[in-house]
Design a protein around this ligand. Sequence first.
Ligand code: GH3
Ligand code: MG
Ligand code: MG
Ligand code: MG
Length: 314
Amino acid sequence: MPGHRARILVVDDSRTQLEWLVKVLDREGYLVATAADGKEAIRKVRGEPPDLVLLDMVLPDMDGLEVLRIVKARPEDRFIPVIILSVKADLDSKVTGLRIGADDFLAKPFAEAEILARCAAMLRIKSLQDQLRETQRKLAEQAITDELTGLKNRRAFDERLQEEFRRAQRYSDPVSLIMIDLDHFKQVNDRFGHPFGDVVLRGAAEQLCASTRDPDICARYGGEEFAVILPKTHLQGALSVAERIWKELGGRRYPVPPGTPATGLGADGALHVTASMGLAFYPSKDIGSPELLLRYADEALYQAKRSGRNTICL
Ligand code: GH3
Ligand code: MG
Ligand code: MG
Ligand code: MG
């Protein structure tokens, strides 16, 4: 990261050693934090994770190796590199430290040039690892996100439906599912163009999020079709959510390009798009799997279309 100043936590109970390291590292441009014992070190690592820890082995309250073990045992901290600084630099001490999870070992006393070079080398690796993890996180996020709307995609929906259904079965909780299909959406594209259709889809997705609560799971199921999973929600609750979505989706204004003929637009001069919705809930009927829950919600949606659209069916 350009402009990013690496944070180094120096753990040492010797004041002179600590002060010398702070001076040397500070002069090099690092942000330096210090800890004089093991407990303080662990607290500081957890409070504001450093990019690197320089760890003395002999500390007043606990063994440096114990500090190392505790830091490396925590999943969120285990990628923080640790360089052991120790007067005890026999083969066994070095091997044990590295095996427990230290990333490097430097015998005391050491030269300023060497500690600086080793810090720089370690921070180089750390920075690359951070970039890799960030890339991985983004890819994982992309794999479950619908690109156009930012909602969960079909794959994520299928997974969450399985999870929520199993959870409902296990804890004897209810779970409801609403399938939503925008009415006559093809006409929107035909009349205003595909890019405008995309704008409407994004708006509808935004509305869906605004009309539901946080535990509810909104997804784009396909084209102009959306799905909402309502965990721990039975029929009455699901119906009131469905009605709110139906009302607010239909009430949303989509301003059309200037000069568009007013036919088919709302009294407010904007386009409104209605939705047909199907609702199914567990436990009910013979629903014993997420697939059946989905099938019933789909059939209810089909029913809503057949009965003239812009309505909710069970
Ligand atoms: P109905 O009321 O029966 O649902 O009619 P409809 O026109 O909405 O249904 P149909 O299935 O015939 O058409 C769906 C339309 O949605 C056609 C397709 O081009 C459009 N669509 C699907 N995905 C996208 C998209 O990502 N962007 C845009 N702009 N349009 C899309
Ligand atoms: Mg010491
Ligand atoms: Mg459709
Ligand atoms: Mg449609």
